[in-house]
Design a protein around this ligand. Structure first.
Ligand SMILES: [Zn+2]
Length: 337
């Protein structure tokens, strides 16, 4: 086993304390049987879970860069066919991670490692577990199989059974500073102008910044959702309904849920900007290119009106997570806007 932490090269932006803690524990052979990686969306929880797995499985001990990406184990890992590395998440179209899904995961997990090494399993998002699934997982955690590590990934640790949480070592991921995200984008030859824009809108989430950088169409979509906010806020009532048609017209239920969730995320950041304008904290404003509109809305709305709109958006998100029809939820929000 490699004894120098500097040889572990993990392409992770931010959360250095967690990353170094895990690397040290690999060296000291002190990894826990179960981890809970919690924290906001797209801050790198799943990425760190995967790289931890890949590092443990990598078999090239002579390299100066672990995981090496070249050995047979790394190759299998990258092709997603490594028999000792399992990932369980909610299937598309399913309401949750069922007890059957956990049982089949457990069955595979408890099969002795073909390669004689450690088995690694990720459950993402662990808050998606059904009640039966959660109880089955608890049993699994109570009787760890041989050499194995289970990593639960979630942005909602409060939704997990306390008895599950208490069996895990908890690592709380944090948002990443703008400076680090900016540095990363510039290293990838992103122009400073675009890097600044992406960094401001990524809200400390490197995963989101990378998405925007690698898929400009996602960033264009973000800008469109920002434009729509100002139209919906300012313009005639009937635009609100053509807006609903535009986003919810032809998609599947799950697409609609994800559209409305995305829109409400973007809108929350804009209302936050209006509040920042009211407080004169301009250095923290994200949508500076809309400063005229933001100023106008700051003048024409009281703090309590804005907080009401924020609470409305949070209520909208709660309705969506409770499987309420997204069209009804959005219409309800817009009518009361
Ligand atoms: Zn390798």
């Amino acid at each position: 086993m490699i004894k120098s932490i500097s040889k572990y090269k993990w392409p992770v932006i931010g959360n250095e304390r967690i990353v170094n803690f895990l690397k040290k524990n690999i060296i000291l052979n002190k990894l826990a049987n179960a981890y809970l990686f919690s924290g906001p969306r797209q801050v790198g929880k799943r990425l760190v879970a995967e790289i931890l797995g890949k590092t443990i499985l990598c078999q090239d001990s002579k390299t100066n860069s672990i995981p090496c990406g070249r050995c047979a184990m790394c190759q299998q890992f990258e092709k997603r066919i490594h028999p000792d590395f399992l990932v369980l998440s909610k299937e598309r179209g399913k309401k949750n991670i069922s007890i059957e899904a956990i049982r089949s995961f457990q069955h595979e997990f408890n099969t002795t490692s073909l390669l004689g090494g450690i088995k690694i399993g990720i459950i993402d998002d662990a808050a998606d577990l059904s009640e039966g699934g959660a109880n089955a997982l608890l049993k699994m955690l109570e009787e760890p199989a041989g050499k194995s590590i289970i990593i639960l990934v979630t942005q909602f640790p409060n939704l997990l059974l306390p008895t599950i949480v208490s069996r895990c070592q908890i690592l709380q991921f944090q948002s990443v500073s703008r400076a680090k995200i900016l540095e990363y984008l510039e290293q990838r030859s992103c122009s400073r102008k675009i890097a600044l824009k992406i960094t401001a809108t990524a809200l400390g989430r490197p995963g989101r910044a990378i998405d925007y950088f690698e898929h400009p169409i996602l960033f264009e979509k973000y800008e469109e959702q920002t434009d729509d906010f100002f139209r919906v806020f300012k313009e005639e009532f009937c635009y609100r309904f053509s807006f609903i048609q535009k986003y919810l017209g032809t998609n599947s239920h799950l697409d609609r849920v994800s559209h409305v969730t995305e829109i409400s995320d973007v809108w929350l950041t804009i209302i936050r900007d209006i509040l920042l304008y009211k407080e004169n904290k301009l250095d923290q404003v994200i949508h500076l290119e809309y400063s005229d509109e933001l100023k106008k809305l700051a003048r024409s709305h009281t703090n309590s009106e804005l907080l009401k709109k924020i609470n409305g958006l949070i209520a909208l998100q709660n309705l969506l997570s409770n499987n309420v029809n997204p069209r009804l939820a959005l219409e309800n929000y817009l009518i009361n806007l």
